[in-house]
Structures are given as C-alpha cells and as structure tokens.
Design a protein around this ligand. Structure first.
Ligand code: UDP
Length: 238
C-alpha cells in the first residue's frame, strides 16, 4: 500500500445492468471480464474488496409485481438473479487468478457459502474477494440496501457505487450537456433533494455508520483504482 490507496477495505456495488453491456437482457461475458479486471487491479494494490451485484439485468421484483405476481415471490426471484450474477463474477475473477468466495443471504450450500459475517471477514483477511449474493435475503429490499448493510457489517471504509456516469449531477447528463457534477454532497442533501444516489434506506444506513459513498463510472477504465487513490472524477457523499 502507498499513496495509491486511501482505503483499506471497501465494498463495490454494481447494478445488474452494468453486466449487460449492449445487450437488452442477461450477461455480456466481455463486460463481466472487463469489470473483473478493474477489481483485480484494485485487489493488486492490497485493498480488501467486497462486491454486491444487483439482479436487474435478469429480474426485478417490481416488474414481476407489476405483471401480477405476488411481490415477495417476485423479490425472491430477483434475489436469485443476483446469485447468478455473483457466480458469473466469481468465475471471471478466478479466471484472472483472484481468489473469490460467494456468500449467499439465501442458503444454497451446493452453489455458494451461506452468509456468515465472521467467516466473510476471515476471507477478506486472507486476501480473498467476497461477493455477497441474494441481497439482504429479504423481500421488499434492494441490493443498494444490501450493499450498505454488508459494508456496515464488514466495517468498510468506503462504499462505492459504480454507475454509467462519473458521479451525481444536478440534471441528467445524457439529456442535458450543461448538467453539473457534484464533487461532494452530504447524506442529508441526497436524502432531502432525493438525488437518486442510492435508495433512502441505503443512504440512511451509510450515514448512521459513517461510511462515505463514492459514485463513479464503472464504464471508465481505471476509474475504480483512481477513486481508491482519491483521484479522478467521482462524487463523494459523506
Ligand atoms: N431484492 C430483494 N431483496 C434484497 C435485494 C434484492 O428482494 O435485499 C430483489 C428485488 O426484487 C430487486 C431484485 O432483487 O428488484 C434485483 O435487485 P436490484 O433491483 O437491487 O438490482 P440492480 O437494480 O442493482 O441491478
């Protein structure tokens, strides 16, 4: 570790959609590999890394409920989707020789370890990346909240949200070229102005446990490592 690293233990949340690439559904193996490479670079700097991956590229509980399903059942399907993504990411990381464990909040011992906090800490201490699958294990929550929860449980110094853009803007930067990126925001402002960084329960949990949130572009090569060094373009919420 040196001036390249400002944080010792971090949790990176990636949405399921980030794994789709240009596709409309599911996983793009090239995209999964690209993100795995970003993760490997930061792992190589000696940072302990936890990952939480969403499931929106496969199934979202709210869409299932809108189509007439019972919400809780649809949410369980969404949580299973996150396990699929977690296994794909584990596979990509291990192909790059990065030791990785998946722990699932819904026990399914033939495909992943169950979530056991102290065991997860041990994995990190041994230099393994840990991917938390199945969200919080409870319906009516999101993987953003799961990310804030696990970051709190694992005593992470930083929660990162990898998005399509390089931070939080005052307007949609895709539609409005004059949109301005915030360098810094407070949790309070994000909540009161509903700035859409993460859902409210995730922001509240991070605030309560004093974990800063960095929003950055997962599509920008090298950006994850830059944020870890405290450089580059991103928005920090603290
Ligand atoms: N989900 C849930 N409880 C959790 C986490 C996720 O019920 O703790 C379900 C929920 O239906 C959600 C789906 O899993 O729509 C996929 O997660 P999310 O929408 O957060 O994924 P992302 O948008 O990040 O890809």
């Amino acid at each position: 570790m040196g001036d390249k690293v400002k944080y010792k233990r971090v949790l990176l949340k990636i949405s399921g959609e980030a794994l789709m690439g240009q596709r409309e559904y599911g996983l793009d193996p090239d995209m999964v590999e690209r993100i795995a490479q970003e993760v490997r670079t930061v792992h190589g700097l000696g940072v302990e890394i936890c990952l939480v991956i969403g499931g929106g590229n496969i199934f979202r509980g709210l869409s299932g409920a809108a189509a007439g399903m019972e919400r809780a059942t649809a949410d369980y399907m969404g949580m299973l989707a996150t396990v699929i993504n977690s296994l794909a990411m584990q596979n990509a990381l291990e192909r790059l020789d990065v030791p990785t464990r998946v722990q699932s909040a819904i026990p399914m011992s033939t495909v992943a370890e169950p979530y056991i906090r102290r065991r997860a800490v041990r994995h990190l201490e041994k230099g393994r990346i840990i991917i938390f699958g199945a969200g919080t294990g409870n319906p009516f929550f999101t993987t953003d909240t799961a990310a804030a929860l696990r970051a709190s449980e694992m005593n992470c110094d930083l929660l990162l949200k990898g998005t399509k853009v390089d931070g939080v803007y005052d307007a949609d930067p895709v539609k409005n070229p004059r949109a301005k990126r915030y360098d810094r925001l407070t949790y309070h402002r994000v909540l009161t102005e509903d700035l859409g960084v993460m859902d409210h329960s995730a922001i509240s949990l991070a605030r309560e446990n004093r974990i800063p949130i960095a929003v950055f572009s997962i599509n920008q090569p090298g950006a994850f490592a830059e944020v870890i060094a405290g450089r580059g373009q991103f928005t920090i919420v603290s």
